[in-house]
Design a protein around this ligand. Structure first.
Ligand code: ADP
Ligand code: MG
Length: 706
């Protein structure tokens, strides 16, 4: 215990297990969210805050505010509207507000008699009877023994299964006490700090974990408080530096120029079965020109879901093989890797090209065979998951790495993965040459942002969909009309179509999500006894997932109930209907990805966004964008415009943005300064660059070793 003090370690060197009450099992949970050291705990910042420090008069309430009120019950009744609810009107002398409960029991109703005094905590909304609070927390007030109010704002942390808010709070407080005894290195040089109001890092951390009651809650909620901006700046700087460092490091080494064989290319295109779109052709040309140079390529290909990135990847791989080199294609999940293996194999094997295959789930014997083929060069194009880049994997002569990322992780992170990738590649026996790297992403980055955030990356955009796609018609329906939607599924399936039913959860917890999907599947099975219903979620074994997917692809399953795991990669052209439950919980980019799973065949496809009512104004707007557009770039731009502070939470929870505190969109105004500071650090403070990257991105590197 407290070994760190004795040895004078810095906070990044002290493991979480040095804290009181942190044993192996808690440490493992913390590791799951990337918290390994005390520094990590301190940098695990609240997503938002609750203000329970003061009581607000009802007369002063505004819609969409979290507030504490103290009031007296005037009347409490069960109301039969669209949905039965318990409505309790309370007043405090300055006004009246209704508390609405959709889930309630009789005992609860009985206790809320007229005259009862309550302290209520909840979020205000504009409801049927003026201002309302839905399902607020409340306590009974006793004049004789008043309950104390909180002294500081209550932080809400990003959490995971088995890690409660009180636990996270107490860990943060404990970590703050270490901050008093151990330095947390200040990594911003003086000229940069001057621009940031000189706020020391430690002060910012203390403040943000425990903001005083006098703090400006609105600024904090919006992420625009100077202390948050101080940290966001540092984080953005670290990410930017990681790009610059990566770029510099990459370009310091040489690469083998790859030349596409025109004969092979022609064979490839002749047996493809479709012609490339102009956008695909253009991007292939950009890549081919780039990899012909003796400098390692580092190129990002952005292409909306369904734009046909796989074939572009296969052509790039063909160029590598043409030049006698190997190419590796890495997918983020087993399912997607499997699909790439099938497609890429279908295209390349007829040309006599040998495919290799490597995932973490291979049986020992099979794995040995594959590793040998990769090491001997017999396998020319190797498809797999990130198992491809583990230390034991030695490539004979790797010329190109393609990383297909869909939108699971931020671009920066994926870049750091490719960095890890190249480390793996250094197992190459002879040459110091680096492979070229192609990163494919379906995350549409709003053009305005791409300009400033990724200016240092080469970028190709596939901005056209293959012809013959019928656009997906999207409807937005309240879950009060669930029965109608179920009926619609029945009709579609009876006509031989296939459908997806996607379950979402607020918590990013695989276990809970799996449970929810299981429950939905069994209730749908009851409503739709004649349909063959499949179930897929992250908790299934890979073999099981493959079986379910194979059955769905083969048309042996009519309705596939799924969690968001299907968003990556599944391509089943016969499926033309997708129901997404509680779409309001997902980011627009993720919804767009999900929806991209239908509309791949020639039949008109439909997507039903089955929202839980009531819907906030902002969610309503966002779903409207989904209904009106199928253009990923437009959707991303709109998301940028519409993203309210609450939505930041939404995207963080769906893992879309992997920043700890920065938000590329919200903080885009910082980017010019960030770039300037990055250049200064690169030229004058090289040591600090490495340290900053380690501080803010260290967790990602560790993640990659999983
Ligand atoms: P994504 O960009 O989302 O990864 P895919 O590579 O999975 O898209 O392609 C989606 C589907 O479109 C696949 O079935 C693929 O074979 C097909 N496809 C790709 N390019 C074309 C094209 N130019 N014309 C017709 N179909 C195409
Ligand atoms: Mg793809």
């Amino acid at each position: 215990m407290n070994a760190g003090i004795a040895s004078g370690k810095t906070l990044e060197q002290i493991p979480v297990s040095a804290m009181k009450g942190v044993g192996a099992s808690l440490a493992a949970k913390l590791a799951k969210i990337g918290l390994f050291s005390l520094q990590d705990v301190l940098l695990h910042l609240p997503l938002r805050y609750l203000d329970r420090t003061r009581v607000t008069p009802i007369g002063a309430l505004q819609p969409n505010l979290n507030a504490v009120i103290e009031a007296e019950v005037r009347v409490c009744d069960v109301v039969f509207g669209k949905r039965r609810s318990l409505v309790c009107k309370v007043q405090d002398g300055t006004g009246t507000i209704a508390l609405r409960f959709y889930h309630f029991n009789n005992a609860q109703k009985q206790r809320l008699t007229a005259g009862t005094r309550l302290r209520i905590f909840g979020e205000t909304r504009r409801g049927a009877s003026g201002l309302e609070m839905y399902h607020p927390e409340y306590e009974y007030l006793d004049e004789a023994a008043p309950l104390p109010l909180d002294q500081s704002l209550t932080p809400i942390y990003p959490a995971t299964e088995g890690l409660t808010q009180p636990r996270l709070r107490s860990l943060a407080l404990q970590a703050l006490t270490w901050l008093d005894k151990h330095a947390l290195g200040e990594l911003l040089p003086e000229p940069v700090r001057r621009k940031l109001n000189q706020i020391p890092l430690a002060d910012a951390l203390r403040y943000l974990h425990q903001p005083p009651a006098t703090a400006n809650v609105q600024l904090l909620m919006d992420g625009e408080h100077p202390y948050q901006q101080r940290l966001a700046f540092e984080e953005l700087l670290a990410h930017h530096l990681s790009l610059l460092l990566l770029r510099r490091e990459t370009q310091a080494d040489g690469a083998t120029g790859l030349r596409m064989s025109p004969t092979l290319k022609k064979c490839f295109l002749d047996q493809l079965g479709f012609g490339l779109t102009r956008a695909q052709e253009r991007v292939v040309c950009e890549i081919v020109a780039d990899i012909a140079k003796p400098v390692p390529m580092l190129r990002l290909v952005q292409g909306d879901v369904g734009s046909g990135k796989t074939v572009v990847a296969a052509l790039a791989a063909l160029a590598a093989v043409s030049s006698g080199k190997q190419a590796a294609i890495m997918a983020p999940t087993e399912i997607l890797a499997e699909q790439h293996r099938i497609n890429v194999g279908k295209w390349l094997e007829p040309l006599g090209i040998k495919l290799g295959w490597l995932t973490g789930k291979l049986k020992v014997a099979e794995r040995r065979i594959q590793l040998a083929a990769i090491a001997s060069g017999e396998a020319e194009v190797i498809v797999g998951t990130h198992a491809l880049f583990q230390e034991q994997v030695a490539f004979a002569d790797l010329g190109l790495i393609v990383i297909d990322e869909q939108h699971r992780f931020g671009v920066h992170q994926r870049l750091s993965l490719s960095e890890k990738g190249t480390i793996g590649i250094e197992n190459q026996p002879s040459s110091k040459l680096r492979p070229h790297q192609l990163i494919m992403t379906a995350t549409p980055i709003p053009r305005t942002l791409a300009m400033s955030a990724y200016a240092d990356l080469d970028c190709s955009v596939i901005d056209e969909l293959p012809p013959g796609r019928t656009p997906v018609t999207t409807v937005v329906i309240s879950d009060q009309r669930r029965e109608e939607v179920i009926e619609r599924v029945r009709l579609a399936c009876e006509q031989g179509r296939q459908a997806y039913w996607v379950c979402t959860l607020i918590e990013e917890s695989e276990a809970l999500e799996a449970q929810a999907a299981e429950a939905t599947a069994s209730s749908l099975a009851e409503s739709l006894p004649h349909l063959r219903i499949g179930l897929i979620h992250g908790r299934l074994k890979p073999v099981e997932k493959e079986q379910v997917m194979a059955a769905f692809k083969a048309g042996q399953v009519d309705l596939l109930v799924a969690t968001t795991v299907i968003e990556v990669g599944v391509d089943v052209p016969n499926s033309s209907l997708m129901i997404i439950e509680n779409p309001e919980r997902l980011g627009l980019a993720q919804l767009h990805q999900l929806r991209g799973r239908v509309g791949r065949g020639s039949t008109a496809s439909h997507c039903v966004l089955l929202y839980g009512s009531p819907l906030s104004q902002n969610s309503r707007e966002r779903l409207r964008v989904m209904r009106e557009s199928s253009d990923g770039f437009y959707i991303a731009e709109q998301d940028l415009l519409l993203r309210g502070p609450g939505e930041v939470l939404g995207t963080r929870q769906t893992g879309e943005m992997q920043f700890r505190i920065a938000d590329l969109q919200r903080d885009s105004h910082l980017l010019p300064e960030v770039k300037e500071a990055a250049l200064l650090l690169m030229s004058e403070y090289p040591l600090l660059c490495e340290q900053l990257v380690a501080r803010w991105l260290g967790q990602n590197h560790r993640y990659l070793q999983v």
